[in-house]
Design a protein around this ligand. Structure first.
Ligand SMILES: Nc1nc2c(ncn2[C@@H]2O[C@H](COP(=O)(O)OP(=O)(O)O)[C@@H](O)[C@H]2O)c(=O)[nH]1
Ligand SMILES: [Mg+2]
Length: 202
């Protein structure tokens, strides 16, 4: 029994490298979010001037170290014709960040449909999902609760958090990164107690 549990543990939960997919509609602020995250956690990283961030066609990657955890971000292009490629990255993903532009309530129906589509993927249903309600520093930006109300996650069993952020100003960006190892930690401790109970019975 020990060998089985130790093997599973190593394979799924003890690894310190986490892969995080960043998705959301085009222009929501995904690349700015990643740049801001890198500028906060990568020593001597000079954030790109936001005015020089262009629309993402392929993929931007970023690696960030937090204590003994390494977060590998994949920032994917959000244009309609690129969205079908997102799921090819879901296989490896340990967590997902969904970025919403809070200043565009006219897009919330599309956001709702796209989010529903992402959450219908069974690989996503069991991993932590963080919704970054971006551009929240702007006057008139929708509050996180309003964005939450258009998002449906009925079949999702992983943790879900909805946070107002400003990728431009850096508000709450650290909390987004810490959400991932924190929820992973919860998963590990849940698994730990499950193994204890299971092994107690065997
Ligand atoms: N006001 C404001 N603008 C932002 C914020 N984050 C991104 N933007 C702007 O939104 C636009 C799209 O950002 P980008 O990161 O390229 O979006 P992406 O297409 O989702 O990767 C750019 O003009 C950014 O400067 C934010 O928190 N506040
Ligand atoms: Mg981009």
């Amino acid at each position: 029994m020990y060998t089985l549990s130790a093997g599973l543990w190593e394979k799924f939960f003890k690894k310190k490298d986490y892969y995080v997919v960043i998705v959301g509609l085009d222009n929501a602020g995904k690349t700015t979010f990643l740049e801001q995250t890198k500028s906060r956690f990568v020593k001597d990283y000079g954030m790109l001037n936001p005015a020089r961030i262009t629309s993402t066609v392929g993929l931007n990657i970023g690696k960030v170290e937090l204590n003994n955890t390494c977060l590998n971000f994949w920032d994917l292009g959000g244009q309609e014709d690129l969205r079908s490629l997102w799921s090819t990255y879901f296989d490896e993903a340990n967590a997902l960040i969904f970025v919403v532009d809070a200043t565009r309530p006219d897009q919330f129906q599309v956001v709702s449909d796209v989010f529903k589509d992402v959450m219908s993927n069974e690989l996503i249903q069991r991993i932590p999902v963080l919704v970054a309600v971006n551009k929240s520093e702007m006057e008139g930006a929708a509050p996180a609760a309003e964005v939450r109300s258009v998002l449906h996650d009925d079949n999702h069993s992983g943790d879900l958090a909805v946070l107002p952020v400003s990728a431009l100003e850096g508000t709450n960006i650290d909390r987004c990164s810490f959400f991932i190892p924190t929820t992973m930690g919860t998963l590990v401790s849940k698994l730990d107690s499950w193994f204890e109970r299971y092994e107690g019975k065997s």
